[in-house]
Design a protein around this ligand. Structure first.
Ligand code: HEC
Length: 171
């Protein structure tokens, strides 16, 4: 007739730290897992704040109601006006195929995948001091919380800058 309350208590005690570890982003220290764990909401919220503080959308969103981060705003530079890229996670027109390392090179070092140097209209020198943790959060946010937009940044009629493998060229 005796119920086993101890069992339940022990189970709880064993499980709670595990749940907390996962919720708190224990993956940072390599908690083994087969599938890549979805980023925690803590990380994504941090990434959103980083994006706001750095004003990525300010340049990477077209004026007059352009889709967020889909590009289309012309940024003036000493080299003339440079179109801000589509940085939504679309694999063809955006940064969907960027690894984290690709993202780091572009955002903190001004080098796009394929080795093309970005114009300084993209203010990577301002982002070079961004911490690894902020950059990872920003990457997770852009990849997982921004809607992919399968369109080149340039308005229709102009040559798309992101077509297939010429994705990273700016000619
Ligand atoms: C002052 C305007 C401005 C701001 C702010 C800005 N960018 Fe850019 N970004 C640009 C322009 C312009 C380009 C295109 C540069 C070129 O074509 O060489 C660019 C290019 C990029 C690229 C390269 C895309 C490709 O073509 O492969 C990435 C990635 C990127 N930006 C991410 C970001 C992120 C993330 C932020 C916020 C931390 C940000 N940018 C903030 C203007 C800006």
């Amino acid at each position: 007739m005796k119920k086993p309350p101890r069992m339940a208590t022990d189970l709880f005690v064993l499980t709670l730290p595990a749940i907390l570890a996962i919720a708190m982003g224990g993956a940072k220290h390599g908690v083994p897992s087969k599938a890549p764990a979805p980023a925690s909401s803590v990380l994504l919220v941090r990434g959103e704040h980083v994006a706001q503080a750095a004003n990525c959308a300010g340049c990477h969103t077209a004026p007059n109601g352009g889709a967020p981060f889909a590009g289309g705003r012309a940024i003036s530079s000493p080299f003339g006006s440079i179109e801000a890229s589509n940085i939504t996670p679309d694999p063809r027109f955006g940064i969907g195929r960027y690894t984290y390392e690709d993202f780091d090179r572009a955002v903190r070092h001004g080098v796009a995948p394929g080795g093309k140097a970005l114009y300084s209209a993209m203010p990577y020198t301002e982002f070079s001091t961004m911490s690894d943790d902020d950059l990872r959060a920003l990457y997770a946010y852009l990849m997982q919380r921004v809607a992919p937009v399968a369109k080149p940044a340039l308005p229709a009629g102009e040559q798309p800058p992101n077509d297939d493998d010429s994705h990273y060229s700016h000619s």
